[in-house]
Design a protein around this ligand. Structure first.
Ligand code: FDA
Length: 400
């Protein structure tokens, strides 16, 4: 039987960071015994593929307003206890070059692999068991007995860092949720988020031929009196719509809701077309619209409105206005999302009401901690999810 002080389940972003933080924060002369277990072949697989291989490792604009949760205040204390600037300072200390891409999003100049190496370096002194299955977790002798494929482990503390359900091909499971349920913690139903949306045939008639076309758009979701809007790239795909603006809105969208798309935010299509019409207007409507939108998209919209081949000069104001409405207020009802297969994160998870916001410990189960994506705290796109992984892991390490 292996005896450790802290057993961390999951060698992803949160688990690796937590192991390093426990060792770093330990004041005793002898270092605590820390073991990290994962069933995957390699640690930090999602870090490796994140940010197109360059890992968007944090966001300078991190604040609790960038996270979705049934308990929006819960994440505030952990985020304040480990701000983005601390992680950036660590990246600097390790000599990893980075750049700000947009809106406070920080990426490695070279490779996400550097972040994994930094995390592994930082947790030297801890053990890492890969390709190890976790079969059962039971309370035992003031701690926990964990049955694994490498034999039993007894630990005073168990930290659950097994992530969400997105991308099962990369090792994601619902393990953390099952464990939470086993110990009587409540769950907020997990749902795929930051995920492309899919559409019914009539909308696909437009999207499919445009697959590969991208445009800067503003996508909105209205719920009651509040509207959520994201202005970013939108990408047409064979299955529907993707791109950052759609991924962002997917976290807010629920089945049965509409989304509203402005394909030319900040422009006044009606006025621009009327001006072009006043300047001669012999050009085709599609050609005029292609001065505002990508040509293939302009073509598709004019065809849909049966204006292909029509001259701008022949269009009365009401028709120009309805064309403009089509550009700025395209209302669609997604039928679903691409689901766990491509979702970047999981919305929902372990109910924050059952965790202590200061250290992520289960209120009813001393010594049992939940950190990272398994908790019902989900960031927007842009480095916020890693910042939550670091901050929640740090909070738990401080508590341990
Ligand atoms: P994470 O998923 O990282 O780790 C969980 C670990 O637990 C895995 O190693 C898994 O193998 C292991 N595990 C699961 N079940 C187990 C079981 N039953 N037994 C043993 N081990 C088990 N975020 C961001 O901020 N910036 C970005 O650039 C990106 N980019 C990005 C791209 C893609 C394609 C994806 C899918 C996701 C992102 N993300 C992101 C999100 C980010 O990757 C995610 O939020 C964090 O990795 C969550 O960290 P965790 O440690 O909580 O889970």
């Amino acid at each position: 039987m292996e005896h450790v002080d802290t057993l961390i389940l999951g060698a992803g972003a949160a688990g690796l960071f937590c192991a390093g933080s426990i060792l770093e924060l330990a004041k005793r002369p002898e270092k605590p015994r820390v073991l990290v277990i994962d069933h995957a072949r390699a640690p930090g697989e999602k870090i490796r593929i994140s940010g197109g291989g360059r890992c968007n490792f944090t966001n300078l604009a991190t604040g609790r307003d960038r996270f979705l949760s049934q308990n929006p205040r819960f994440c505030a204390s952990a985020l304040a206890g480990y701000p983005a600037s601390e992680f950036v300072a660590m990246v600097d200390r390790h000599g990893i070059a980075w750049h700000e891409k947009t809106l406070g999003q920080l990426f490695c100049d070279d490779s996400a692999r550097q972040i994994i190496d930094m995390l592994l370096n930082r947790m030297r002194g801890a053990q890492l068991w890969l390709e190890t299955a976790i079969n059962a977790v039971e309370p035992r002798d003031g701690g926990y007995l964990v049955a694994t494929s490498r034999g039993p482990v007894h630990a005073r503390n168990v930290v659950v860092a097994t992530g969400g359900k997105s991308i099962p091909k990369m090792g994601a499971t619902g393990f953390g949720y099952d464990l939470a349920r086993q110990f009587g913690l409540r769950l907020i139903e997990p749902r795929a988020a930051l995920v492309p949306l899919t559409f019914a045939e009539q909308d696909l008639d437009l999207c499919r031929p445009l697959a590969g076309v991208s445009v800067e758009a503003e996508v909105s979701h209205v719920e009651g009196r509040s509207a959520t809007r994201f202005r970013d790239g939108l990408l047409f795909t064979h299955r529907g719509l993707s791109g950052p603006a759609i991924l962002q809105i997917s976290s807010f969208w629920k089945p049965g809701d509409d989304i509203l798309v402005d394909l030319a935010p900040g422009r006044n299509t009606a006025e621009e077309l009327k001006t072009q019409r006043g300047q001669g207007g012999r050009i085709a409507v599609g050609t005029a619209l292609a001065r505002i939108l990508p040509a293939r998209l302009a073509d598709a919209i004019t065809t849909e409105l049966r204006l292909d081949g029509a001259r701008l000069a022949d269009q009365p104001n009401p028709r120009i206005e309805s064309l403009s409405q089509r550009v700025h207020r395209w209302r669609l009802r997604p039928v679903g999302s691409e689901g766990w297969r491509t979702a970047e994160v999981t919305l929902g998870g372990v109910d924050c009401r059952d965790l202590d916001a200061r250290d992520m410990q289960a209120r009813s189960q001393p010594g049992l901690y939940f950190i990272g994506e398994v908790v019902d705290v989900t960031g927007w796109l842009g480095g916020y999810n890693f910042q939550w992984a670091w901050a929640s892991a740090h909070a738990a390490a401080k508590g341990i």
